[in-house]
Design a protein around this ligand. Structure first.
Ligand code: KG4
Ligand code: ZN
Length: 345
């Protein structure tokens, strides 16, 4: 079975082609056109510019794929239906409908957030079948959510929502803090780089809050942390490179502690045997190290760094889980987008 995956929820246009045979995944192609340079000037993603770029990039990527693969064919299209930016999703939808009609195939709409989680189960050429229940942490630019997966991921599984951020997403908070100290979008990698460069002793003694750490819930909150950073910056006379490095260290520590606390609480409460992490922020190597150091005795699935941020391979992979749950393929004219799509599996 050959699956074509399409991604256009935010600022990455992606097209991937996989073959799924005898339970093995063959990644034939995984193409990406990033728009980071365009949005960088504005300090974040501008929806109508993202849409304009998808309109241009998706046909371009598909042309490239046709050059790579002789006699291109596929059984259906897996489409990233949401959540995401409405204008960006709309361009993806129009492109997907046209392509489906041209190739006379149906479409399987999938949830972008679940795709971030499922891609973490891809190891070499296999989709792993972890022991359940699994706690699943999704940390991206637009979302911060905690799920519980029960049953068996190869047959009959259920995904339950546990909690989410009450305000900013963790990736968004990384981006905003980076911006406050003069770094371009996306700020996550910049903050990590700063924190990694820390050596010696702390001079500034910066202390930031750990939002909601006291609360027995599965929710998160990051806007207070962001405001606390802003106050620290305002109160500091001279923002030196050293200040930025120490701020990045303390900021990451605050975020990491909060994320770990919620995850550990869920693992203990539900007796989870596995933790699955996904989303752009999981590209952070320091976070990965911190989690592996602090969570013992259960299996952890973490995405490959290059697959942590948005891509179309994860959409194609996710569709396999939809098929396992007997989700039906739809005709192109019935395809719809949903900028606020909830878990639909
Ligand atoms: O999943 P993603 O590619 O897009 C969304 O679906 O939102 O996530 C993008 C987010 C951005 O906020 C970016 O700053 C963050 O992931 N990110 C990181 C790192 N790399 C990307 N955050 C922290 N550390 C990183 N190394
Ligand atoms: Zn994403």
């Amino acid at each position: 079975m050959k699956i074509l995956g399409i991604e256009s929820t935010c600022d990455e246009s992606g097209i991937a082609l996989i073959e799924f045979k005898n339970n093995k995944i063959n990644v034939i192609s995984n193409l990406l056109a990033s728009q980071v340079k365009i949005h960088r000037k504005y300090g974040g993603v501008v929806p109508h510019l993202a849409a304009r770029e998808h309109k241009k990039n998706l046909p371009y990527l598909f042309k490239k794929l046709k050059k790579e693969v002789k006699n291109l064919e596929f059984d259906f299209i897996a489409f990233s239906q949401g959540p995401g930016l409405a204008p960006a999703l709309l361009e993806g939808k129009k492109f997907t409908q046209k392509l489906a009609k041209k190739y006379n195939v149906k479409i399987l709409p999938v949830n972008h957030l679940l795709a971030h989680i499922f891609i973490s189960l891809l190891r070499e050429d296999k989709i792993e079948n972890p022991k359940l229940p699994a706690v699943s942490l999704l940390i991206s630019g637009g979302h911060t959510e905690l799920f519980l997966i029960e049953g068996n991921l190869e047959k009959n599984f259920k995904i339950k929502f546990l909690g989410e951020t009450l305000d900013d997403a963790v990736g968004e908070c990384f981006d905003k803090v980076a911006r406050m100290i003069g770094f371009p979008y996306p700020g996550g990698p910049e903050i990590e780089k700063l924190a990694k460069s820390f050596k010696g002793k702390f001079i500034y003694n910066i202390k930031l809050p750990r939002p909601l750490l006291w609360q027995k819930s599965f929710n998160f909150s990051f806007s207070g942390l962001k405001t606390a950073v802003l106050y620290k910056i305002k109160k500091t006379k001279k923002i030196t490179k050293r200040f930025k490095v120490e701020l990045a260290v303390e900021f990451q520590n605050a975020v990491f502690e909060v994320l770990l606390d919620r995850v550990k609480r869920a693992i203990n409460l539900f007796g989870a045997k596995t933790l699955i992490v996904g989303g752009g922020v999981s590209a952070n190597e320091m976070l990965k190290e911190y989690f592996y150091k602090n969570i013992k005795n259960i299996d952890i699935f973490w995405p490959k760094k290059t697959l942590a941020t948005d891509n179309a391979l994860m959409i194609a992979i996710a569709s396999i889980f939809y098929l396992r749950k007997n989700k039906k393929l739809i005709l192109p004219e019935n395809l719809d987008i949903d900028p606020n799509l909830k878990i639909n599996l």
